[in-house]
Design a protein around this ligand. Structure first.
Ligand code: ATP
Length: 625
């Protein structure tokens, strides 16, 4: 995994902006039109002071001259504002387009980042980069392209015109110029540092906000509101500290550059006034010179701003591009090539293995898979000294159901994660029909599997949409069949909008068991070759579990199934049972065999029987009461 951008060395220069070049490449025509509009706009504003010079020196000689010069000035002014409008419009279009592409690239990339990335990188941080850094980029880029770039050209033009008009008056300007450049460079550098930290603190704040709002029920239940509020206040204080530091530098810089500019302008006015009094030049020439000087000063101020915003832009760009540098899942879908933004269009995204397996597989054309684990060992990257799985070998026949049994933390879910290729085994390999899963396109592999997890993730949409995610083009009959088989209709029929009922964020309006039923319906609809049930019925009551077990029995009969379960009722139906203990496979066989050969299993079965008996007793006495 690449270095966590959180700890990346701070980029000290603006070259990072050069990396945005690929995003401009696909917009060369727009870029050329923008550059032309900007050049015309700069040239036209540089001609305007000449109009003032003519009016003052020649305009008062005759009525006709005054009229013609005024008309010429009007036309020039209109041309200038037209070019300016065009420049701003094109700049916005260009800037927004670049940012939209970059944002899409980062989001697509985030979709393909491996599990380990999300273990070390807070989701709130990713969201903050995609929101606040993108906002900085959006406004910054549009501003830089809109005004500031032209300022550079105008500054050079104004200096040349000043040199041509009254070279001797340039001296105060030439004295002030290096000082102005120094102040701007210094403040730009300081602002960049503060701005980067500001964004880091903002990301921290977003991450904490997200964590707190997501865990609001736990916070309220543990009455942690005051501590959470204190942490939030601390985050805000840190953030404001950086903002204040940056604003202080910004204000000082504005004050110093403004003072220097006025000093230089006053000196020019005085020296120029002396030349007019001594009749060396006309009023018009001095007026034109002063207008150029003013133009140069405002351009310089604008360039100062450009330096500041380029610094902020560099920080935001660096943070976004850092995400793009993170390696994606091994064998993951083809990534959008940032050098080719055309690749960001949907048809280019994730073509990997798409043809290997149809998205809507007709089950009759399929066959159950053979699954083989060969000396598989694994340690979580975030905990490399503790083995999670040690030397597991297992051959699961096509259509067989193998139940994984073991204490909490024995490694059941880890085996499933390895099978889904969320992680790579540290040793050994996993084969599907004799092919190492590493060698398969990730998409093909995952299209053949379906997992019903212990804690299903439900999205903020309707029940039907949540189920259809498993197979977006399934027809109504298939949906209804899955809904019925998973007993979703048992609760959806009681809701006013039935399957169209919106379930709220993360399915908050549903019970744990109802969420599990939706997840089971997804798996039924997906119709996979290998079904993984990771304590899929743990949140169901006995009655519903019995009903769903029937549906699951139909489902598992036709495919290879791996089950992690605690309840004996589920386990005894499996063809074989794999007993795990601290990541090792310590027993494999039927329920009856293991009762004889595996003391750990015997103990487990005994405990389960006692547990189930006491649950039944509790239910019976509750019913009696
Ligand atoms: N993301 C992770 N990073 C580091 N260690 C992990 C991670 N996930 C699980 N582990 C560790 O790996 C071991 C196996 O965990 P696993 O979740 O596979 O157990 P399990 O048998 O499924 O447990 P349960 O029945 O409680 O779900 C445990 O010691 C656990 O702490």
């Amino acid at each position: 995994m690449a270095q966590n951008p959180w700890q990346r060395p701070v980029n000290k220069n603006l070259w990072v902006l050069w990396k945005l070049k690929p995003f401009l490449r696909s917009r060369l025509l727009l870029l050329s039109a923008y550059l032309l509009a900007m050049l015309f706009s700069a040239a036209a504003s540089l001609v305007l002071p000449q109009g003032a010079r003519f009016i003052l020196d020649k305009g008062f000689h005759s009525y006709q001259a005054l009229l013609w010069i005024s008309i010429a000035l009007l036309l020039l002014g209109m041309f200038t504002v037209a070019m300016r409008g065009l420049r701003d419009g094109l700049a916005t279009w260009l800037g927004q387009g670049v940012v939209a592409d970059l944002r899409t690239a980062v989001f697509s990339h985030a979709l393909h980042l491996p599990a380990i990335f999300y273990e070390t990188f807070r989701t709130g941080e990713v969201i903050s980069r995609l929101s606040s850094d993108v906002t900085i980029l959006r406004f910054g880029l549009t501003g830089v392209l809109g005004r500031s770039l032209q300022s550079g050209i105008t500054l050079i033009g104004a200096l040349v015109m000043m040199l041509v008009t009254m070279p001797q008056l340039l001296i105060p300007g030439l004295i002030a110029l290096p000082l102005l450049v120094f102040v701007n460079l210094r403040s730009g550098r300081l602002q960049r540092g503060y701005s980067r930290k500001e964004q880091d603190y903002l990301a921290d704040l977003s991450a904490h906000t997200e964590e707190s709002i997501n865990g609001i029920r736990v916070i309220q239940a543990l009455t942690l509101e005051p501590q959470t509020e204190t942490r939030y206040r601390q985050d805000i204080r840190l953030l404001l500290g950086q903002v204040w530091a940056r604003v202080k530098v910004q204000s000082w810089s504005t004050f110093l550059t403004g003072s220097l500019v006025f000093l230089a302008l006053s000196a020019m006015l005085y020296l120029g006034g002396l030349a007019v009094l001594e009749k060396q030049v006309g009023m018009g020439v001095l007026a034109a010179f002063l207008l150029y000087a003013l133009m140069a000063a405002t351009s310089l101020a604008s360039l100062g701003e450009l330096w500041g915003s380029m610094s902020r832009l560099a920080g935001a760009t660096e943070r976004l591009l850092a995400l793009l540098d993170e390696p994606v899942e091994h064998g993951g879908a083809a990534l959008p090539d940032i050098r080719n933004p055309a690749a960001l269009k949907p048809e280019f995204v994730a073509p990997d293995g798409a043809g290997d397996f149809p998205a809507t597989p007709a089950f009759s054309l399929r066959y159950p898979a053979r699954l083989t684990l060969e000396h598989v060992a694994f340690r979580y990257p975030s905990r490399p000294d503790v083995p999670a799985i040690t030397d597991i070998s297992l051959d699961v026949e096509p259509g067989e159901t193998v139940a994984f049994v073991g204490a909490s933390g024995a490694g059941k879910s880890t085996v499933f994660s390895l099978l889904m290729r969320h992680y790579q085994p540290s040793e050994g390999r996993i084969l599907l029909d004799g092919t190492a899963i590493d060698a398969m396109p990730l998409r093909s592999l995952r299209q053949q599997l379906a997992v019903v997890p212990q804690h299903p993730v439900i999205f903020s949409m309707s029940i039907a949409e949540n189920i259809m995610m498993a197979r977006p083009d399934a027809d109504e009959a298939a949906l209804q069949a899955a809904v019925h088989a998973a007993r979703v209709d048992e609760f959806s029929d009681r809701l006013e909008a039935r399957l169209q009922t919106h379930v709220g964020e993360k399915g908050v309006t549903l019970s744990g068991g109802q969420r599990q039923r939706i997840a089971i319906a997804r798996a039924i609809l997906r119709n996979p070759r290998v079904l993984i049930l990771d304590e899929a019925t743990s949140a169901l009551d006995a009655e519903n579990e019995r009903l769903i077990q029937e549906a699951l029995a139909n489902l598992t009969a036709q495919r290879t199934t791996l089950v992690a379960a605690h309840r004996l009722a589920t386990i005894v139906h499996a063809s074989r049972i794999a007993v795990l203990d601290q990541g090792r496979l310590i027993g494999l066989g039927s329920h009856e065999d293991l009762l004889v050969s595996c003391p750990t299993y015997r103990q487990f079965a005994e405990l389960q029987r006692l547990h189930e008996q006491s649950s039944e007793l509790a239910v019976t006495s509750k019913k009696r009461a």
